[in-house]
Design a binder for this molecule. Structure first.
Ligand code: NAP
Length: 248
């Protein structure tokens, strides 16, 4: 039976590249998105056009009810879950820490941290041998920001990714004996729309001179790493991180 992968925020950027590559590697894919239906539908159409299987499911990962419905949609359509990619993430325009409003802080933590926890919990309930599941893989999309701290840009975002790193380590140990591997990627400067959300659409080109490899990365390069961590090729890897950052 065909393996399935749920990619949160799978409609654009790194998530869309991951969804496309997962389908090419034989997964049936659930493409989750928050609001831009046309982008999600386009990824699904592309996968189907190439002979793959995919569905698009709207749902804010920060909303527990929406997350429950998202996983129920996967149950209903595919009847199994083999891999979760916790990719949905947001950031706000660049700011110093003392100027970050509380509303923004809460929103970033709700989507990036609580969203990833809620989705991981639903995945564990389905995959864990403790719950009658057949095992699986969770790949969290962290960021080099967790290590660099994003000073003068978005320390709130960096801190949310630090929380993802801690969750990766803790959950990996919690479910290691239950057939689930939990790992993370830390992308560096990747060409996606997220930098426009930060108010600097050309941020990658502005900063790429400080990258040892002297260039930004592509969503496809991150997707390759995510797919490897989700694959049997990474069967003895759990609680670990791969920086996809050109050496930064
Ligand atoms: P992006 O191009 O801005 O795409 C974000 C995706 O997440 C979209 O599919 C969006 O759907 C979805 N999304 C946003 N909020 C959501 C929510 N509350 N619930 C469900 N889906 C939601 O972002 P990206 O650059 O590909 O980033 C993907 C991940 O990589 C994020 O976790 C980000 O922190 C991380 N990352 C990115 C970089 C980089 O340089 N790009 C570097 C390090 C880490 P809609 O379009 O419907 O809103």
């Amino acid at each position: 039976m065909q393996k399935t992968m749920l990619v949160t925020g799978g409609s654009r950027g790194i998530g869309a590249a991951t969804a496309r590559l997962a389908a090419a590697r034989g997964f049936a894919v659930c493409v989750n998105y928050a609001g831009r239906k046309e982008a999600a539908d386009a990824v699904v159409a592309e996968i189907e056009g190439a002979g793959g299987r995919a569905i698009a499911v709207q749902g804010d990962v920060a909303d527990a009810g929406a997350v429950a419905a998202l996983f129920q949609a996967v149950d209903g359509e595919f009847g199994r879950l083999d891999a979760l990619v916790n990719n949905a993430g947001i950031l706000y325009p660049q700011s110093r820490l003392e100027d970050i409003p509380r509303d923004r802080l809460e929103h970033v933590l709700r989507v990036n941290v609580i969203g990833s926890f809620l989705c991981a919990a639903e995945a564990v309930r389905r995959m864990s041998t403790r719950h009658g599941g057949a095992g699986g893989a969770i790949v969290n999309v962290s960021s080099m920001a967790a290590r660099l701290g994003s000073p003068n840009e978005y320390v709130d975002y960096a801190a949310s990714k630090g929380a993802i790193d801690a969750m990766t380590i803790g959950l990996a140990k919690e479910v290691a004996g239950e057939g689930i591997r939990v790992n993370a990627v830390r992308p560096g400067l990747i060409y996606t729309d997220i930098h426009a959300s930060g108010g600097v659409p050309d941020r990658v080109d502005r900063l790429k001179g400080a990258v040892p490899m002297e260039r930004g990365g592509t969503p496809e390069e991150v997707a390759e790493t995510i797919l490897w961590l989700a694959s049997d090729g990474a069967s003895y890897c759990t609680g670990t991180f791969i920086d996809v950052s050109g050496g930064r």
